[in-house]
Each structure stands twice: as structure tokens, then as C-alpha cells.
Design a protein around this ligand. Structure first.
Ligand code: PLP
Length: 388
């Protein structure tokens, strides 16, 4: 194929995305992460970030990062198994294990990489994966990499999962789920999933990207929310770029699981260790998370305010008990129109469309943070009511 034909094909595919209302565009944020954003010289109130506790720009984290840079420099210089595993990384892993109640934790550079590493390291040909239909893209990609037999069960449907598990002859079984579904904000039925994992001798991988730091006593996450102890068959993945306000992820589990991941997870082994600055900032973030009851209480108050404010209007919220409050619109173009109208009024709410969500369920994904004020949420409610 000649180069020009290749380019023409891509141009046609891009034009199709535009026609379908699926073309993405980036906006350059000219400010630190927070409720007040600046884009193209305009001031906006942002409901986009996953910085649920408002820690991304917290003075304590900034101080920890600056001090870390002076002590440890900027880069780790190598992968963790060569020489990129430094004292701050080791200390952070210990803290994460203690915080989540698991025997051991392993730090990854991102949640995407953690998921891509965990699944193929634990299962392969001859094994079986059972995944919730609304799992995050990183878990879907991880399943592809694993080459195990995989089956998807209807969202949160324990009876459907039970049937699949009962019919499976696989020797090793792995149940994969988001704990808080990233585009719907609802919770996986974790106690029921654990019960099935125990009954059918399966592993349970819990991706708590949106629960860690936010749910449960002291923000210990979705397992804590359900008062589930750190069971041996649970593999807990938490990300550190959302409520923790920095970047990275970790897996916490039984000692043998962690040692095996360290030996075999390719996205752990074949990548440069994350910056020691990040590890130090995250240690500081963990302290803040544990002492952020007031931030969490404020966050839940804002969620109630939004839900009450939109009740009985044309805007259809999902039954989400978390900081993620999606307004379902359905049509891609209509969703974009509403998002643009809000933007014109100084309110930045992302329009989420397929393939991130199923076709016909395009939505505004309102994400609330403890850094928002009641007045800012009032502005959003008022603008939405006006547009309805
Ligand atoms: C954001 C997210 C990830 C990816 O985490 P990153 O650290 O951003 O790579 C994984 N799983 C879920 C459910 C997420 O929402």
C-alpha cells in the first residue's frame, strides 16, 4: 500500500468519527488540577477530574515532592528488578500493604499497566476468566493478553456468574471486576463475588481505581466499605492517580501472589521504575487519605446535593453512591451539544461516548471532588435545569 493511500484511509476513518459524533478532542488545561480550570484563557469550573479528595495540588504533597527531588533526584534510572527500586518505593509498598491489610503490596507505574501485568501473569491457556461486562478497558485488554478462555457476565449479575462458574471445567479460574464502575459509579457486589470465588475455588481480582481513598473507613477502599477482610483469594488493585492525587498503582495480595507478580508481570518487569518523587508524594498522600474524613463527608454531601437538585428534572442520573455521577443522555450528538452548552456557561463536564460506554448510553460524567464548593455544585445544577 502506498503511503498516500494509507493517509487517505485514515483521513476517511477520522471523518467518519466526526460524522458519528465520536471524534475526541483535547483541551489544554492551563492550571493545576482542581475545581477551577483555565482553558484558552477562559476560567471554568471543572467536574472532570478523578482527584476525589482534592489532593493533586495539596501543599503537603507538593512539599513532599520538592523535598524528594532534592534527596532522591528525579528519575529511578532502571526497572525495579535492576536498580530502579529505591528506599521510597520500598517504604511506600510497606505502607500500602499495612493500609489495605494485605501481607504485601507491589507498586506499578499506572493502573493500566498493573491490570495488564496481573491477569496474564496469573492465568493462561487452559484457565478461565470471568469478567463483568462493564469492566474498565484496561481489564478488557488484560484479558486479551492472557490467552485464557474468557466469558463476560451481565453487569453485576451474580446468578449469571454462578452459572458460568458451575459450567467451567478450567483448573484455574479468575473473576475480574471493577469495584466502582468507572463510567456508572455503581459498586460491584463484592461480598457475593467473594462468596462465589470461595465456592468455586476462583481468584477474585478487584480493581478499586475509584474506591481507594474514597470509600470505607479512613478511605481504605471498597473492601473496607463492605467490611470484607483481606482474604487470601483476593487480589486487590488500587490506583494512585485518582483519589491519591499523584500517579501510579499497586497490587496488594497474599505474599506468594505478590512474589509471583514480581517475577512474572511483564508490565512490572520491563519498564522503568516510577520516579522516587512520586513514591514520596504518595507516602504523604496516604497519611492525608487516612485523615480525610472531613473531605469524604463533604464529598458525599455534594453528591447528595447534586442528586437532590436534579431529581424530577429531565436529567436522568444513575443510582450511583459514589463521586461519579453520570447524567445519561443516550445520543452522541445530543451529549456533545449539552456538554458544549455547559462549557459556554463556564462549566466543564466531559461527554463520554462509545467505545468508552455502550452504544446509545452517551453521558455527561460529572465527577465531584472534596475540593468543590456547594456553590459550584449549585451552579452546575442551575445550568442543567436551565438547559432542560
Ligand atoms: C483509571 C482506571 C484504571 C487505570 O488507572 P491509571 O492509573 O489511570 O492507568 C484502571 N481501572 C479503572 C477502573 C480505572 O478507572
Amino acid at each position: 500500500m502506498s503511503e498516500s493511500i494509507l493517509h487517505a484511509e485514515l483521513a476517511a476513518q477520522l471523518a467518519q468519527l466526526t460524522a458519528d459524533g465520536l471524534k475526541r478532542r483535547r483541551r489544554t488545561l492551563d492550571a493545576p488540577c482542581g475545581p477551577l480550570a483555565r482553558v484558552d484563557g477562559r476560567d471554568l469550573i471543572s467536574f472532570c477530574s478523578n482527584d476525589y479528595l482534592g489532593l493533586a495540588n495539596d501543599p503537603a504533597l507538593i512539599e513532599a515532592a520538592c523535598a524528594a527531588a532534592r534527596t532522591w533526584g528525579v528519575g529511578s534510572g532502571a526497572s525495579h528488578l535492576v536498580s530502579g527500586h529505591q528506599t521510597p518505593h520500598e517504604a511506600l509498598e510497606m505502607k500500602l500493604a499495612a493500609f489495605t491489610g494485605f501481607p504485601r503490596a507491589l507498586l506499578f507505574s499506572t493502573g493500566y499497566m498493573a491490570n495488564l501485568g496481573i491477569v496474564p501473569a496469573l492465568v493462561g491457556r487452559g484457565d478461565a476468566i470471568f469478567a463483568d461486562k462493564l469492566n474498565h478497558a484496561s481489564l478488557i485488554d488484560a484479558v486479551q493478553l492472557a490467552r485464557a478462555e474468557s466469558q463476560r457476565y451481565a453487569h453485576g449479575d451474580l446468578a449469571a456468574l454462578e452459572r458460568l462458574l458451575a459450567a467451567s471445567p478450567a483448573k484455574r479460574k479468575l473473576i475480574l471486576t471493577d469495584a466502582v464502575f468507572s463510567m456508572d459509579g455503581d459498586l460491584a457486589p463484592l461480598p457475593g463475588l467473594l462468596e462465589l470465588a470461595e465456592r468455586f475455588d476462583a481468584w477474585l481480582v478487584v480493581d478499586d481505581a475509584h474506591g481507594f481513598g474514597v470509600l470505607g473507613a479512613q478511605g481504605r477502599g471498597s473492601l473496607a466499605h463492605f467490611a470484607i477482610p483481606a482474604a487470601q483469594r483476593i487480589i486487590y488493585m488500587g490506583t494512585l492517580g485518582k483519589a491519591a492525587g499523584a500517579s501510579g498503582a499497586f497490587v496488594a495480595a497474599h505474599e506468594a501472589v505478590i512474589e509471583w507478580l514480581l517475577q512474572r508481570a511483564r508490565s512490572y518487569i520491563f519498564t522503568t521504575g516510577s520516579s522516587p518523587i512520586m513514591a514520596c508524594a504518595l507516602a504523604s498522600s496516604l497519611e492525608l487519605i487516612a485523615h480525610s474524613d472531613a473531605r469524604r463527608a463533604h464529598l458525599w454531601q455534594l453528591a447528595t446535593q447534586l442528586r437532590d437538585g436534579l431529581a424530577g428534572t429531565r436529567w436522568q442520573l444513575l443510582p450511583s453512591p459514589t463521586a461519579i455521577q453520570p447524567v445519561i443522555i443516550g445520543d452522541n450528538h445530543e451529549t456533545l451539544r449539552v456538554a458544549n452548552a455547559l462549557f459556554e456557561r463556564g462549566l466543564w463536564v466531559p461527554a463520554i461516548r462509545p467505545p468508552t460506554v455502550p452504544k446509545g448510553t452517551a453521558r455527561l460524567r460529572v465527577s465531584l471532588t472534596a475540593a468543590h464548593s456547594t456553590e459550584q455544585v449549585t451552579q452546575l445544577v442551575d445550568a442543567l435545569c436551565d438547559l432542560a
